[in-house]
Each structure stands twice: as C-alpha cells, then as structure tokens.
Design a protein around this ligand. Sequence first.
Ligand code: C2O
Ligand code: CU
Ligand code: CU
Length: 530
Amino acid sequence: MKNATRLRMKTEKDRRQFLKLAGFGALGLMTGSFLPFLDPLAAARNPNTASKKKFIPDLDISMTAHPDELALFPGERTRIWRYDAMVHKGDQSRVVPLPESYLGPVIKVRQGEKIRIRFENAIFEKSIIHWHGLHVPAIMDGHPRFVVPSGRSYLYEFEVKNRAGTYWYHPHPHRRTGVQVYQGLAGLLLVSDEEERSLGLPDGGYDVPLVIQDRTFDGDNQLVYLSGHGMEQMTGFLGDSILINGMPDFTLPVSTTAYRLRLLNGSNSRIFRLAWGDGRPLTVIGTDGGLLEKPVSRAYVFLAPGERIELWRDFSGAPVGYESALVSLPFDGGPMGSGRMGRGMRMSGRRGTRQTLLLGARFPVFKIKVTQKVKKRSTLPPRLAEIEPPRPDLADNVHRPRRFHLTGRHMQWSINGRVFQMEDVAGDEIVRLGSREIWEFHNTGGGMMPMMQTPHPMHLHGKQFRVLARSGLRHEGYVDAGWKDTVLLMPGESVKILVGFDDYPGLFLYHCHNLEHEDMGMMRNYLVKS
Ligand code: C2O
Ligand code: CU
Ligand code: CU
C-alpha cells in the first residue's frame, strides 16, 4: 500500500467508521484514487502552478513573501518578512501597499470576482498562504499540506463568494505559522458587495483598516519571539509593544465626521478587551463575516486573535485638538496569561526586554486626535444588511450536536484529546456535503488543573458560521450576531455554532487561533465528504 495515499487513522475503530461513512470498500481506500484531496503528495508532485483552462481572472496578481528591513525606530533597521504584490491584470488600485509597515498590501476585491494569485515563496523555509474567512475550495485554502519550499510557487484561483467584510491572509505551514506571522507575514483582504455599497458607509480615507498586533523588540530594534521555554508556548506569545498597521505608538488623525474603523486582531495570542478611552460605548457595525443586520452598542468588546470587528465612530461634535484613545481594559486572563506562573522564566528568557505586558493588563491600543474640521455629514444606517435568523431546527444533527472539548494535559493543548496530524481525520470529524450541523466547543479543559484554564479562540477554515448560544458567560463583551469564523471561549465557557457544508468537499482545518497553541497542534482536520 502506498503510504502517501493512505488516510492515517488514529484507531482501527476510526478507520472502520470512516469506511462506513465514506461508503468505500477497503480496496477503494487503498488505491487512493477516490481521495485525490487527501493525497498529500499530489500537491508536491503537481504543485498548483498551472492555471485552469477556463479561468479568466478579473484580478491577477503575484504575491511574494520575502525578507526585508524597515526603519521602525531610530537606529538600526528592523529585519522583517513581508508580502509584496504585483498586479498583472486588473485595477492597480485594488492592491494597496503599506510601505511604512511590515504588513502585506491591502487587497480589495468584489463579491463575484475571479481572483488569481501566484504565491512566490522567497523566504528560506516552507510556506503557504491561507485566506482567513474566505469560502474557497479545499485546494485553494492554504492547508499546511500544500506548503511550498523556498523558491517555489503556488497558484490560487477562486471566485469571491463571501459577503462584504474584512478578511485577511497569513501563512499556514505547520509549526511555523506563529513565527512567520510574527516576522510580518499578514495582510488584509477586503471584500465589497452591492448590498454594502448601497449603504453609503464612510469610504476612502474615512474607511480605516487597523491591524492590531503586539511585538517585542530587543535593544537593537530586532523582533524577539518565544524564548524557547515550553511554558511560554503554552501561554502563547505576548509582546510588550502594541503596533497598529505595523507601526508603534500609533495615533490616528481624524476629521470631524464619521468613520468606519475595521479592526483585526493580528496578534499571535493577545486578546484585547476594547473600549473607548472617553467612556463612550462602542458602536459595532460588523464582525468576521461582514456587516451586522443592525448596529449594536457595547461598553467593551473582546477581540481575540483572528477576529475582526468594525466600529462606527462620529467625531462631528468634537473640537479640533480633541484626543481620545481606543484602550484595552483589564480582565482576568487566567493563571497562564496573567503571569502568575512562568513569569520568572519569561523575564530571564529574553535579552533587552522591556517590561512584560501581561494578558489582561490595561493599556492604550492607539490614540485618536481630531486634526481637521470638515463639512461632511454621515448618518449611521439603522439597518445594515439582510441576515436571516439561524435555523438550528433544520440542522442534520439537531439532537446530537458534535462536541469538541478544548483540553490541556502534559504541556500540550488538544481538541478532544487529539493533536494535529497532517492528513488525520477521525470518524467524528467527517461531515456530509450538503449538511448543516450544530457544533459545540467546550472550554472546560482545566478539570482538576485550574492552572490549565486559558482562553481559546476557535476558528473554522472555509466557513462562516452563526453563534447560537453561549454558556458560562460572566460578561457582555461578545458580538455574536451576524457571521463569524472565529469565536472566543474564555475559561469555563461553551459555545454552540451552526455551520453549513453546502459546497466544497475536502479537507479543511479547525483550530485554536492562538498561534502558539495552533503550532503545538491544537488543530485538526475536518473532512467534507461528498
Ligand atoms: Cu487565520 Cu487557520 O487561520
Ligand atoms: Cu482561517
Ligand atoms: Cu488555544
């Protein structure tokens, strides 16, 4: 039997269950010919470099990941990795570079457009790009089994099916996602659609993307990642400076009018409890999967790695010179993040480290300053989008939701006790194409070990889902309405989601978006079986 074309099953029971569910005879499975999407070598033998014949792109670009350096601080330049893009066909203005930043360009696309992106890997290790939040076929999703070595490329061709919203892209090689994102590889992908354009929301300079990340720099202005201590990986990396769009000490200059602020938490593991410094409530108009049905108001909102939130803020009443800030309010990050354990190790593990900014500390995220008077009125639409209420009653497994327990044992995070294996799918990770399911995540993994209680933002590839319910809630900092692809579970919380598998068969990931947790294997495949 060819090893490469075989599904690796955890147990004989899983294997038999798979065969039954898949409707294959054992022989069919062994030849592997029925499972092209499970063939890990298919990508290597035939890396996706040749275009499909009938694919005529509206936007055709190449994106190169490469080492570079930036003058981030006075003194030595900071060595980073970044994505740079070139437009081969289509409107040049769809790719907006951020030259002052290590971040990749903002890519702007419209629903229904066909996009071709040739990824060129010019860093000195394997990589692949994942389009976080986009609904694309399995082979276009950037699964780690599709990594390409340095000097090679991977061709993406897909149609934009998503609603208007704030999506993003980042590398996804197994065990190296955390460090590659940390070095600078990430960028925004904004989708627009007709429904959104008809609203007349603030645009141009009044539509501001803000990528929030934390980084630590040494005395020579160089990035410092994990010290290598296992405990630090269990927590996740926490940097001591906050960067906005790759820039430290960021102030957003604004005019006296309304803004659409698109926030992405692009940090490896830091969770923010966002609020306005002047005490006004946040007006939330969108989340991961685009605009909400109507704006909602919150005193504060948690934003976990991978999550997006869109805010509306009108400065028209404010005088020139008015200053405010978006702040992160204090919260209990659990024993892991609060530094109650492993603190000494963290301090000794780094050179030139300034004070460690613990999870749940209070700090400003960025400042806002009103610098200009303009006569431009904007009113917040009371209704933003048509969103049908979720119908859990129509789920195929309404009486038997799939359960995923987020667990930690022996210095290892896992999902239902399992860790990532490249092509491994257990029987209870196979869903039927065309089905609609309820999934439950339970962050109750601490069990007898309260030290192991920590937040986990859970993310599904290839899908937007609806949050049906939460339990164990002790605060109001979530916006669960609308469409989501990443959902935060604080210690003790459980979340129920509704997700449809209408199209795109194949192997997709679900994982914790704390990138250090993900890299250590708190990630699994699910298989959409046709
Ligand atoms: Cu941002 Cu596997 O995802
Ligand atoms: Cu993703
Ligand atoms: Cu986690």
